[in-house]
Design a protein around this ligand. Sequence first.
Ligand code: 6PG
Length: 235
Amino acid sequence: MTESRISPRIEVEAYADAEEAAQAAAVAIADWLAAGLSENERASFVATGGRSPGPVYDLLATLPLPWEQVAVTLSDERWVPPSSPDSNEKLVRDRLLTGEAAGARLVPLWSDAATPADAADAAEATVADLLPFDVVLLGMGDDGHFASLFPGNPSLDYGLDPDSGALVIPAPRGEPAPPQDRISLTLHALTKTYLIVILISGETKRRIVEERDDLPIHALFRAAGDTPVRVIWSP
Ligand SMILES: O=C(O)[C@H](O)[C@@H](O)[C@H](O)[C@H](O)COP(=O)(O)O
């Protein structure tokens, strides 16, 4: 593993391949959950969507943690029911809440509310009950978005406002992204945690992290304060 520093606190940890990166992320998450559970009755984990985290969840589901003491919520959700193949809740139910981790408690963001805004309002209280999170897992898009906080989206400024006080907001579909309405945790919510793990791959994403400072992900780095941020990368 090699490390490159882009700031005093953020290090890009380079792993040989996606499998090694997933292993490193799973170990980081499991260690932090175990540490939280050594001090508290409950722990909470923010899982993310997309293509990258599935192998991490597969590994976590094999680990003998006291998962019945762990609450799992989502960094964001597409405005689709949990039966949809696009649902992040479905991804987490299928890949994480199985095996050893079947007993974990899922706190979803989607509900049968009339609109994403109504669902976000309803999720505000259930997410607030989980704070501070023990660990947050995020991915990042090629545009530097994380969760559903997309460059150019009308919800972005509010979503990145560290003083907003809001935990969960609607993110409308738009041009260029996202392709469908979303619900997202805010920067304010996602930085109320003891560890942030960002799982990315490919040169484009590594260069975004290392060479730019103007995208949503960089606002997260700045807002993280004393919260450790681990950027786990593979080619
Ligand atoms: O709902 C989602 O799609 C995710 O929460 C999203 O924020 C994801 O983390 C990034 O788009 C990176 O996705 P990949 O890991 O597939 O590149």
